[in-house]
Structure formats: structure tokens, C-alpha cells
Design a protein around this ligand. Sequence first.
Ligand SMILES: *Cc1c(COP(=O)(O)O)cnc(C)c1O
Ligand code: SF4
Length: 336
Amino acid sequence: MIPAIGPNPQPDARSDWRQSLREAITDPRELLALLGLQELADRLPDGDAGFAFKVPRGFAARMRKGDPRDPLLLQVLPQPAELERVAGFDDDAVGDLDAVVAHGMLHKYRGRALLIAAGSCAVNCRYCFRRHFPYAGEIAAAGGWREAIARARADASIRELILSGGDPLVLSTQKLTDLTDALRGLQHVIRLRIHSRLPVVLPERIDEAFCAWLAALPLQRVVVLHANHPNELDASVGAACARLRAAGATLLNQSVLLHGINDDADVLAELSERLFALGVLPYYLHQLDRVHGTAHFEVPDARAEALLGTLRARLPGYLVPRLVREVPGEASKHAL
Ligand SMILES: *Cc1c(COP(=O)(O)O)cnc(C)c1O
Ligand code: SF4
């Protein structure tokens, strides 16, 4: 049994997820105090290291008390190493700014276009490849999605729209409805994909109104979750996944390979097993995008490939994620 800080948010359709979002912990000292780790406060970097601190209380409740190496804590706790300049780690490592084709829309790969739907997330992950993204100017939902819709209408090669972020599920269900209402006339768009960490870090977001919207869409629906460690997946996440599946969504998961957090075959195998138990298939295991402030999370390719070899020998093929890296200019994610 993992000791919890408080009761997990109940998977109650009436609970107000916005309230949970507003009540997220925004001071690392508060989180450390809740975990009985006050002594670590002396090792926090000055200021916010260029990226605000934000952790929903329900996610914090899944961290082990008194454990400075807790794998959920390490994903969110600012480290002095974030301030170090490391050669090869830049602000836009994946060439996103070159792929902008309309306000908030990135089109890199054939058949699918990605919308930077929102400019914030429910949790701020220290390894995030978008921690330096200039969101202010590039939010697809701003201005009623107008540019993104116009572009999708004009380009019949776009079969799938991907809502990404920042996290698209911090938007209201009404805002999402505005987008999908405007897509109704577009015969060529057949699929909507949502990339979100909220089903994991704020599962109460998957409420009745959201599921009703999702279930009624005249589109194929894919939800790609983002969990990196099996400890992230508790009963509240399981309930959110069940609601998503009942609304007709295919569920996949993407993870980032992170030094000291999930660069371990036992952890990755357990993650795949627990995901499958919730009706989620592992999709991508990403090699870290090399953005400034994240070098301490990097796992060398040789070690990543060895870990995947171990996983292949242990799990059915469908539970082994694809190990990939984003290489600017390539026609797809690059398989290692
Ligand atoms: C990763 C990514 C996608 C999705 O790629 P898939 O291989 O289809 O999952 C689409 N567009 C952009 C800009 C991306 O970065
Ligand atoms: S949820 Fe995703 S986009 Fe948001 S901070 Fe975490 S990794 Fe970055």
C-alpha cells in the first residue's frame, strides 16, 4: 500500500474539475512539506528556473511520503541542474516554430495536423519539450479556432486533427464543441486525436459533459494519454479511462524515457501491464527532446535500446512501446 497524503479525487461526474485545477499546488515548498521532505527546500533553484511550478493535489497524493527519489515527485520538482547551459540543448529542439502553418497549427507529417490548442497544462513537467514555447502568440483556440479551421478546410490531405498543447483538456468542453461544430462540414477530416495528460493528473476532467461531447462526435476518436510510471495510475485514472472508452475512444499512452524515473525494465514492464489493465495500449516511448534545462533527464541511446530489448523479451509485442525520437525535417517520428 502506498501511503497517500489525502483522499484521491473521486471519479464523480459532478465534481468540478476547474476547482481542482485552481487548487493545484503552485509552491514547491508546500509540496515538500506535504511529503515530509522540508529539508529539500534548501536545494530548490532560485526563482522558478524559467518554468512555473504546478501540481494537482490528486497527483501529489500518489507520491510516497518521505521519499526524495519518488518517481512522480522527480517529474515535477525543480532542480538546480535546470539552470545549467548544456551544449546541444536549445529552446526549440524539435523545429516546431518552422512547422507552424496557421495560428497554433503545426503540420509536419502527412495526413495529420497538430493544434497547439491551449497554452497551459494541469501539471508542469520539468522535462517538457515545450517549456520554452512562445505560447502567447500561438494558441489555436484563440479567436474561435478560425485560422486552424480555415486551414483544415483548405487542405484535403488532412485526415486527422490532433489536439495537443499545452493541454487541450484545460479548455472548456464548450470551447472544444466550438471546434468540432465548425469541422462538421469537412468530409476529409475523419479522425480527432487528443493528446492529454489530464486523464492521468486530473482524472475528474473526464466528466459527464465531456464524455457526452466525445461520444456524439461523427469522427473516429483517439485519446493519447501521457503517463511515465505505473505509480501514476490509480483507481481514479482507471475510472477516467473507463469513461473515455465508453465514449468510443481508442486509448493509447505515450511516455518520455527519463533518467532516474522510468529508465528501468521492471518499471517500464509494469507500466505497460497496468496500462493494458485500464484498456490503454503503449504507443510511444520518447527519447527526450533536447531543450534547455532538461539535460539531467536524458538517457543515452545505447541504454534506451538495451531497455527495449529487455522489454521485448518479457512482454507480448503489443505491450512494447515504440522507442522514438523527434528529428526535425524527418517525415515521421524517428524509430530507434
Ligand atoms: C508527433 C507529432 C504528430 C503525431 O505523430 P504520430 O506519429 O502520428 O503520432 C503530428 N504532428 C506533429 C507536429 C507532431 O510533433
Ligand atoms: S503535460 Fe505535456 S505539455 Fe504539459 S508540461 Fe507536461 S509534458 Fe509538457
